[in-house]
Design a protein around this ligand. Structure first.
Ligand SMILES: O=P(O)(O)OC[C@H]1O[C@](O)(COP(=O)(O)O)[C@@H](O)[C@@H]1O
Length: 341
């Protein structure tokens, strides 16, 4: 393919056109998939504009409520959640919604119901909202198991059953990264057009990275393999250079950097939180789906993350994800630990 047609093919490739092309791979969904994704994109544009003007629009600070995780909700958490619930219900393509901000799943009323289940964290990294550090929205899409009355079983599926996953990062630019099961692509919002334009086609994570990303403040409570792995990153014995530490404390931002630059992001279990902190359905699964689609891998300390079968909608799991070779190293340390156990 000559450069001219290549340039023609990617320039001004809007996410809508991209998804319509992808749609041709899902003829069975008769456009429903595109309509659903377009409503998610609309939600991201809305939240992006709210985040950008948060300081001006008095959207900084606490909402005065506490969510199911026991976290004090930020005003933007509540707003983003309402925006996505409204956008997803009004798409007429969803049946069950699971949000980080809502204790119970939302079952869409029959007249507005479709066959997709959407799990999402409307605003991840909310501890960074008030200081203007990058935050984001994370989402994953399942198809109902079959055409019965929707139940929680339709969302408590292993991550490998997801049809699509993505995140939208609200940072120096607004970037939406998406996979519909055939690779990973990144789109940047052009505020003058109000359109997401394809800027990162077919993202492939480097096989090995120079960065590790973890909250070292939890080090005293880490298990053996995690402590050994981080020690290896800092003081490699094989003569290779030590890795650099980068940790923003917003999973979307830390995973976005890992996807583009390579390396590893980990939120391990520790004595304080034996199941780690991050939630399986709307944090671990979507990011693991994207990592595998980009050639990386995601591991829980025990198994491939996408093989997990969650028992409840807010279940947590330790997670190690990123470049293939880096995750292989930590898998070897857990396997060695298991052998000696
Ligand atoms: O402050 P810690 O313990 O390092 O946790 C940071 C992690 O928690 C998160 O902020 C998730 O929590 P929220 O979704 O409640 O913001 C992730 O984005 C981030 O990776």
């Amino acid at each position: 393919m000559d450069h001219a047609s290549e340039a023609h093919r990617t320039d001004l490739m809007t996410i809508t056109r991209f998804v319509l092309n992808e749609q041709s791979k899902h003829p069975e969904s008769r456009g429903d998939f595109t309509i659903l994704l377009n409503h998610i994109v609309l939600g991201c544009k809305f939240v992006c504009s709210a985040v950008n003007k948060a300081g001006l629009a008095k959207l900084i600070g606490l909402a005065g409520e506490t969510n199911v995780q026991g976290e004090e909700q930020k005003k933007l958490d509540v707003l983003s959640n309402e925006v996505f619930i409204k956008a997803l219900v009004s798409s007429g393509r969803t049946c069950i919604l699971v949000s980080e901000e809502d204790e119970e799943a939302t079952f869409v009323e029959p007249s507005l119901r479709g066959k997709y289940c959407v799990v999402f964290d409307p605003l991840d990294g909310s501890s960074n909202i008030d200081c203007g550090v990058s935050i984001g929205t994370i989402f994953g899409i399942y198809m109902m198991k079959d055409s019965h009355e929707p139940t929680l079983e339709d969302v408590l599926q292993p991550g490998k059953n997801m049809l699509a996953a993505g995140y939208c990062m609200y940072g120096s630019s607004c970037t939406l990264v998406l996979s519909t099961g055939s690779g990973v692509n990144g789109f940047t919002l052009d505020p003058s057009l109000g359109e997401f334009i394809l800027t990162h086609a077919d993202i492939k994570i480097p096989k090995k990275g120079k960065i590790y990303s973890v909250n070292e403040g939890n080090a005293k409570n880490w298990d053996g393999p995690t402590a050994k792995y981080v020690e290896k990153c800092k003081f490699p014995k094989d003569g290779s250079p030590s890795k650099s530490l980068r940790y923003i404390g917003s999973m979307v931002a830390d995973v976005h950097r890992t996807l583009l630059y390579g390396g590893i992001f980990l939120y391990p279990a520790d004595k304080k939180s034996p199941n780690g902190k991050l939630r399986v359905l709307y944090e671990v699964f979507p990011m693991s789906f994207l990592m595998e689609q980009a050639g990386g891998q995601a591991f829980t300390g025990k198994q491939r993350a996408l093989d997990l079968v969650p028992k409840n909608i807010h279940e947590r799991s330790p997670i190690f994800l990123g470049s293939y070779d880096d995750v292989e190293e930590i898998k070897a340390l857990y396997a060695a630990e298991e052998k000696t156990a």
